[in-house]
Design a protein around this ligand. Structure first.
Ligand code: ADE
Length: 259
């Protein structure tokens, strides 16, 4: 009965930009089948009794919005989770912390003077809100991961190497754009122009726009790999190789269990 109720909600799409993070998650998916479309492999299966479609989107707004559209129109997903790693922008967010999007903006959208900065032309929208129910479940899942699993899954050695402590969980504004933010000028521009940005990456706000247009709820959770500063590229690679998949798999598993 529980299975029928769960699956009547429809499949959830899980969109991850890079290979490294998808690997562990795939291990949880049962009755798996794969379909390849446009260089993307879509993994369809059951994850804790819930239908999921897992896909590596590739990096950037075009790759991710195209993938989101395929998830919706070819695989009939009824909601989308975007996950992976991100750069921390706000002062209080550190490498190893977890960021959950309350809303998302495309920081490189600028059609002034025709439209206000950040507004998606002809839509009247600058900030796309994440689904409040899914977002609150992400927060619960992240808390559960931090409180019950983090210590067992991430070794002290890795924590010391990455300079991370017990993760804090933050909710706030996500800013996405087709840029890796890794210089002082880029960092300063985002801080000055995109009010209240908590974290940056290159996909979420584009997926949010597609979901909005298609009437599909979305949510996003990311682990902070770097502080979007001059050391960002070094921290990014180290975090990606050492810790990203552990966080992603742990949190997403807890999230799916809550659905
Ligand atoms: N993803 C992870 N770190 C990032 C950064 N600094 N800029 C953009 N996307 C990122």
């Amino acid at each position: 009965m529980e299975e029928i109720v769960k699956n009547s909600i429809g499949p959830i799409g899980i969109l991850i930009p890079m290979e490294e993070e998808i690997e562990l998650l795939l291990g949880f998916v049962e009755n798996k089948s794969e379909t390849k479309i446009a260089s993307r492999t879509f993994f369809i299966g059951d994850f804790h009794g819930r239908q999921v479609v897992l896909v590596k989107s590739g990096i950037g707004k075009v790759a991710s919005s195209f993938t989101a559209s395929l998830l919706i129109h070819k695989f009939n997903v009824k909601s989308i989770l975007v996950t992976g790693i991100a750069g921390g922008i706000a002062d209080h967010i550190k490498v190893g912390d977890i960021a959950i999007a309350v809303d998302a903006v495309q920081h490189d959208m600028d059609c002034r003077p025709l439209f206000p900065q950040f507004e998606i032309p002809l839509s009247n929208i600058s900030f796309y809100k994440s689904d409040p129910v899914l977002t609150s479940k992400l927060e619960t899942a992240a808390k559960k991961f931090v409180n019950t699993e983090f210590d067992n899954k991430v070794s002290l050695e890795t924590m010391q190497q990455l300079g991370i402590e017990l993760p804090q969980i933050h909710l706030g504004r996500l800013a996405s754009g087709d840029q890796f933010i890794g210089t002082f000028n880029q960092w300063e521009k985002i801080r000055a122009e995109v009010m209240d940005t908590l974290f940056v990456e290159m996909e979420g706000a584009a997926v949010a726009q597609v979901c909005y247009d298609c009437g599909i709820p979305w949510c996003s959770i990311r682990t902070i790999s770097d502080k979007a500063d001059a050391m960002a590229h070094v921290d990014f690679n180290l975090f990606l190789n050492k810790a990203a998949k552990i966080y992603t798999a742990g949190i997403v598993k807890k999230f799916i269990e809550l659905l």
